[in-house]
Design a protein around this ligand. Structure first.
Ligand code: ADP
Length: 262
């Protein structure tokens, strides 16, 4: 179990995260939603132990910055930081050795196959396209197979195959009892089997609810998000969505009228 207890992080006078408290249960997928600048990356970087902050974060009751906790925690950053002078396979082997993994060759092969990098093993970091760099970033983060995995906007920059593969992989990890936290500012990207959502805004947690609670209230995630972040009633979000759909229908009717008969 991971606990974030009254965590506050300031950058100079900017309060990036203000008195944030939540817990993550094993075998659950939590979606951390919030507009840009809400504090999502800051809380993730605090959990992983990259930042100094006020408050307390524990992993299975062990402080997060200890070496025992670090073995349990994994992180996939939003932006890849690759070594231009290492090849794809060298990146993977470097991480395997850093984590003192044994028998890692099959696991490396499996990940590179699933994320379509198996034929790019000898390419250097700076020879990869942006999307390939993003996929290598994922493979590096997934390689040590941590019990708790924090993913910061993991779907950004991926092609449809990689998005599908990552969503499948996330579900496999969830089934295997891992604790997963995925941050995103794109609600539409969250169509996988999530269990809980935490909505942040201006550095604070505005909602922390389970999927069954939201569904029990007859709301969609989008409705809850706008209700929480913009103070909109669910009915008005629904109305706006319907108006948008009607406007789109009207636009496509107009388009099709303009098309020549086949
Ligand atoms: P999110 O991930 O939700 O987009 P962040 O955690 O990156 O939000 O940012 C939260 C707030 O902290 C923002 O106001 C951002 O400008 C500020 N911030 C983030 N990183 C830094 C930094 N290194 N220095 C100063 N301010 C920062």
């Amino acid at each position: 179990m991971l606990y974030v207890n009254h965590v506050t992080k300031k950058y100079g006078k900017t309060i990036a995260v203000n008195d944030v408290t939540f817990g993550l249960e094993p075998g659950s997928l939590t979606v951390l939603l919030g507009p840009n600048g809400a504090g999502k990356s800051t809380i993730i970087k605090s959990i992983i132990g990259f930042l100094k902050y006020d408050g307390e974060i524990t992993v299975n009751e062990i402080p997060n910055k200890t070496s025992e906790a670090r073995k349990i925690l994994g992180y996939i950053p939003e932006l890849p930081s690759l070594y231009p002078t290492l090849t794809v396979i060298e990146h993977m082997e470097f991480i395997a050795r850093a984590y003192k993994m044994t028998n890692y060759k099959d696991r490396i092969e499996m990940l590179l196959q699933r994320f379509e990098l198996a034929d790019k093993k000898k390419k250097f970091g700076d020879e990869l396209s942006k999307g390939m760099q993003q996929k290598l970033n994922l493979c590096i983060g997934l390689l040590p197979d941590p019990d708790i995995l924090l993913m910061d906007e993991p779907l950004l920059g991926l092609d449809p195959h990689a998005i599908k593969e990552l969503k499948n992989y996330i579900e496999e990890m969830r089934q295997a009892g891992k604790t997963l936290l995925i941050s995103t500012h794109i609600i539409d990207s969250v169509d996988m089997l999530w269990d809980k959502t935490i909505i942040m805004q201006n550095g604070e947690v505005r909602a922390n609810v389970s999927r069954s609670e939201i569904e029990g209230q007859g709301k969609t995630l989008e409705e809850l998000f706008f209700e929480v972040t913009e103070g909109l009633e669910p009915s008005s979000v629904r109305a706006t969505a319907e108006e948008e759909a009607q406007a789109n229908d009207a636009a496509s009717d107009a388009d099709s009228k303009g098309e020549p008969e086949k």
